[in-house]
Design a binder for this molecule. Structure first.
Ligand SMILES: *[C@@H]1O[C@H](CO)[C@@H](O)[C@H](O)[C@H]1NC(C)=O
Length: 267
């Protein structure tokens, strides 16, 4: 019975004023870019009132308003400087050169003769992505299980510092090998990768957020030195040199012997 009358009251209260609170729009934007929060109202009347608020520490601060064709930017200067622009035709709000601290909830209230409507925008501002740095942490590490073979392994380390809400991944060609994510503020991330020297492949370390990515490519042959294979090459060269030396010596000794034999032939 109580529930029923509550429902009736709600229906009366909101039905009459036409409250519409279903709109929550997520907006992702890169730091330094501009973003426009659209009212989606096409037919603003002179008596319509459009009010924008930004939620700071759980309280809504008025940042822009248009009523009877008069624009009032309230105290928005303190938070946004002169970055805010209110379109007097649509009531849409543009934030130019947006900063990380402008991430948060924006509330739009439209008062019209036929009722009030609300719309919320959850704005996430992403920082610029640094280019990942790859270092070769060990270029001649032999795998213990295959000590006798000529295979050597490289350990590559991809890192980024001072990042927020990013994923760091290793790719071999187009296939994803491994990845690691962080959502904390100003974190550092490192992702190691062990590769075999013989592989003639392009590896890349990619950092990305939901909007952009930055890639660092690496040709394994250029950085990962063939530790044991180089030693093997020099052994082969040594063996060939020695054989040549022996052959030349043998030829020389043989030549001298023949020459000597010819000269000492009895007459
Ligand atoms: C990086 O971004 C470009 C577009 O900017 C996209 O084509 C590409 O697939 C992205 N790469 C990765 C690994 O996410």
């Amino acid at each position: 019975m109580i529930a029923k009358s509550c429902f009736l009251w709600l229906w009366l209260a909101f039905g009459v004023f036409g409250v519409d609170t279903d709109g929550l729009e997520s907006v992702s934007v890169m730091e330094g870019d501009s973003v426009t929060l659209h009212t989606d109202v096409t037919d603003i009347q002179r008596n319509d009132q459009i009010l924008w608020a930004f939620r700071i520490k759980n309280s809504d601060t008025r940042i822009a308003e248009i009523y009877k064709q008069i624009i009032d930017m309230h105290e928005s200067n303190e938070i946004f400087g002169d970055k805010l622009q209110l379109d007097d035709q649509t009531g849409s709000l543009t934030i130019r050169n947006i900063r990380i601290e402008h991430s948060g909830l924006y509330k739009l209230t439209i008062f019209r003769s036929k009722g009030i409507s609300y719309k919320y925008f959850s704005v996430t501002v992403y920082a610029h992505l640094p280019i990942p740095i790859i270092i070769i942490s060990d270029s001649s590490q032999k795998s213990s299980s295959r000590k006798s073979s000529s295979s050597s392994k490289c350990v590559l380390l991809c890192s980024v510092v001072n990042v927020t809400h990013v994923t760091l991944s290793w790719y071999k060609g187009n296939s994803l090998l491994s990845s690691i994510s962080v959502s904390d503020l100003n974190s550092s991330l490192s992702l190691p990768l062990e590769v075999e020297y013989q592989e003639n492949n392009i590896y890349s370390c990619v950092i990305n957020n939901p909007i952009r990515n930055q890639t660092k490519h690496l040709n394994i042959n250029e950085v990962c030195q063939p530790g044991s294979e180089r030693r093997e090459h020099s052994t082969i060269i040594l063996v060939i040199s020695l054989s040549l030396l022996i052959l030349i010596t043998a030829a020389a000794v043989g030549g001298i012997y023949l020459h000597h034999k010819k000269n000492t032939r009895p007459v």
